[in-house]
Write a protein that binds this ligand. Structure first.
Ligand code: F6R
Length: 366
């Protein structure tokens, strides 16, 4: 059932163009400027009575939530907090009947996430679930459910669940913003048009995986790797770093690029790989100056940048280009080279990619 692939993880990375397409099919209609999410019943009146949104999840789903916060706040102007499920319910969260809680869980069975859902419900919040498993506990207990149509995810490391969670969050943000009237139709249509092109652009990245494989083999001998980025690039850096740790056992850390000089720069020494994400136009110069700081310490800079950015090559040892899209949507694409990098680094190190040590696919204990 691996359809000729050596591992489920590689198969699932490669399935992303299809999974993204399936998740958006029938839901996004740029021609009519409309988002149709049949399972989401939230209306303009409901949103008027909402002060705050929480996004609660664990691991990779939590990282998707960070991107979701950015999308929802930008389009709806409703404040969003992102929380780790195993922390959320122990701090007497400020959740009531004027709160929406978005629960993200691929499996729909993660114990802490489910407990957060129940706690929020008890406090009167309206629950929207984003999950990949029809009939899962999370899907049964939420009022509204938005399914990611990623198909079964077998590898312990989550890949296509993450990218489909991202497009689900974008759709949800657009839907709420259109209901609330906080996005103009033209901008919404432009975002939708760009979203429709993501599957094909994802496919182009996968088509160029040979170069990423070579880099991963080359740097798989390092014991430490850093990921840096600003804004949405930082959100993706967190996910890239988790993926690398989880399956290759390489120590990896993600930092907001501007935070390095507040301590972490002390760890940046000659040769150390620093994977630097620079896809956000409005933050470009700022991130570039941080790249120069690590370059000055003779780190090896592997940049992930937008196609056409030739300037970055002057400040990086290697550049991985991703197809151009609006900066707001880049996480869906930027994550793919990082997934492939983690995968090939793990293969190069002889790790059991689909079943990393100490980890389970579905964490049903707290
Ligand atoms: C990492 C990974 C985990 C899960 C986390 C939540 O690759 O897969 O971090 O994302 O355990 O799982 P779900 O989404 O099933 O609640």
């Amino acid at each position: 059932e691996k359809s000729g692939y050596p591992h489920f993880m590689l198969k699932e990375i490669h399935e992303q163009p299809r999974a993204l397409k399936d998740t958006m099919t029938g839901r996004i209609d740029p021609e009519r400027g409309d988002i149709r999410l049949d399972e989401i019943t939230i209306k303009a009146e409901d949103l008027e009575n909402i002060d705050k949104i929480f996004i609660v999840a664990c691991g990779t789903a939590y990282h998707a939530g960070i991107v979701g916060k950015h999308a929802i706040e930008r389009l709806t102007r409703i404040p969003v907090e992102v929380d780790i499920a195993s922390e959320f319910r122990y701090r007497d969260p400020m959740v009531d009947d004027r709160t929406i809680v978005i629960i993200i869980s691929q499996s729909g069975e993660t114990a802490d996430t489910l407990a957060a859902l129940r706690e929020s419900k008890k406090r009167g919040a309206r629950i929207i679930a984003i999950t990949n498993v029809v009939g899962s506990s999370v899907s049964r207990e939420a009022e509204d459910v938005l399914y990611t149509w990623a198909g079964p995810e077998i590898a312990v490391a989550s890949t296509k669940a993450y990218s489909t969670q991202l497009v689900s969050l974008y759709m949800l943000a657009l839907k709420m913003a259109l209901e609330k009237g906080t996005v103009d139709r033209e901008e919404a249509v432009e975002i939708m048009r760009e979203m429709k092109q993501l599957p094909e652009k994802a496919q182009r990245i996968i088509g160029g995986e040979q170069k990423i494989k070579e880099l991963a083999y080359q740097y798989s001998k390092w014991d430490d790797v850093f990921f840096i980025g600003r804004g949405l690039d930082y959100a993706v850096a967190l996910e890239g770093s988790l993926k690398l740790k989880e399956i290759s056992y390489i120590h990896a850390e993600a930092y907001p690029a501007g935070e390095l000089k507040h301590g972490t720069l002390a760890l940046i020494t000659e040769g150390i790989p620093v994977i630097s994400l620079v896809t956000q136009e409005q933050l470009y110069e700022k991130t570039l100056s941080n790249i120069k700081e690590v370059e000055a310490r003779e780190a090896t800079v592997i940049a992930v940048a937008m196609e056409g950015d030739e300037n970055i090559a002057k400040n990086a040892n290697h550049v991985i280009y991703i197809p151009r899209t609006i900066p707001f949507l880049t996480p869906v694409l930027t994550v793919i080279p990082l997934q492939l990098f983690a995968y090939y680094a793990a293969v190069a190190r002889g790790c059991d990619v689909d079943k990393p040590r100490n980890l389970a696919k579905s964490v049903t204990v707290e």
